[in-house]
Design a protein around this ligand. Structure first.
Ligand code: NAP
Length: 280
């Protein structure tokens, strides 16, 4: 009988994780059935009891559980411990083991794109959970990261994760004029540009970027975002949020199934499945 996997969150019904994981399991012949399970923040303990009792192999977690899960885990990957957030939990012998695959997933996505973070200068917009994972991955990969965020204290907390390689600065025109002309990579890790969220007040700052800069938006709905559209029309290379979504899922399935997955074996099927899936 197939072992059960799921993604929990609230809201979560829009999640592409069931599509990605079921597609990979089909391609690789892995016997898991992956579903989407809405869990309210106050029902996490009930879910964990149910998942253990029903022999779930594991689950992915999205808002609001990435941090809330930590006290319930029996083991935590060092990277997830540094970030204070998990997106992947394996259940073995009734015990919960947490991992964060957003961080290595983003670096895998960049490398697939031919971008090696070593000694690159990165400007990172945003300081939420996704920005943290991206900042840590980039710094560990040898990049120098400038974090700009609406709330400077949060940018400082992100930079504090890797004080040798990251700095936090205020997100204002003066700072943009200082840092963007030297950027090899600009990352939008804010929710600006996401369907149903706010938008950048102006895209004039794109003029400050060198022609060789890669512009990466973590958002995949819509794709391209207005930021990537404007960057593309200026001749800049762009990367949307789908490669991160895909690579964090591949790495999560490696944890669930205890196997190494060559992305080349699953990428065509994943890209095909995402193309035919409804947006959201
Ligand atoms: P989060 O923790 O809620 O952080 C949101 C960030 O956006 C914060 O830095 C926040 O600034 C900033 N922000 C929100 N509204 C803003 C505004 N009006 N002006 C300026 N800054 C604003 O969210 P998250 O989990 O990090 O996710 C961030 C984005 O990444 C989302 O769009 C999400 O969809 C995307 N994401 C994609 C993937 C993927 O697989 N591709 C994975 C994870 C996340 P303050 O700190 O000042 O509030």
């Amino acid at each position: 009988m197939s072992r059960t996997l799921c993604v929990i969150g609230d809201p979560v019904t829009h999640s592409k994780s069931p599509l990605l994981h079921n597609t990979m399991c089909q391609v690789l012949g892995l016997d898991f059935a992956y579903h989407c399970q809405t869990v309210k923040a106050n029902a996490l303990e009930d879910f964990l009891t149910q998942a253990k009792a029903q022999g779930y192999a594991g689950f992915n977690a999205t808002m609001p559980f990435k941090e809330l899960l930590l006290p319930y885990l029996d083991g935590l990957d060092p990277l997830a411990m540094t970030l204070g957030a998990v997106n992947t939990v394996c259940i073995k012998d009734g015990k919960l083991y947490g991992y964060n695959t957003d961080c290595p997933g983003y670096i895998a996505a960049l490398r697939e794109r031919g971008f090696d973070p070593k000694e690159k200068k990165v400007v990172l917009l945003g300081a939420g959970g996704a920005a943290k994972a991206v900042a840590l991955g980039l710094c560990e990969g040898g990049a120098a990261v400038t974090v700009l965020n609406r709330t400077l204290e949060k940018a400082q907390a992100v930079a504090h994760l890797c004080p040798d390689r990251a700095v936090a600065l205020p997100w204002d025109d003066k700072t943009l004029a200082q840092v963007l002309p030297h950027a090899d990579l600009l990352v939008n890790a804010t929710s600006l540009g996401m369907a149903g969220q706010g938008q950048f007040a102006s895209f004039d700052f794109l003029r400050l970027l060198p022609k060789t800069c890669l512009v990466s938006d973590l958002i995949y709905h819509p794709s391209p975002t207005a930021l990537l559209e404007k960057a593309g029309s200026r001749g800049l290379a762009t990367m949307d949020g789908l490669p991160l979504l895909i690579h964090q899922a591949i790495l999560a399935l490696e944890h669930f199934a205890g196997v190494k997955i060559d992305p080349a074996d699953v990428l065509p099927a994943l890209e095909g499945a995402l193309k035919t899936a409804p947006a959201g």
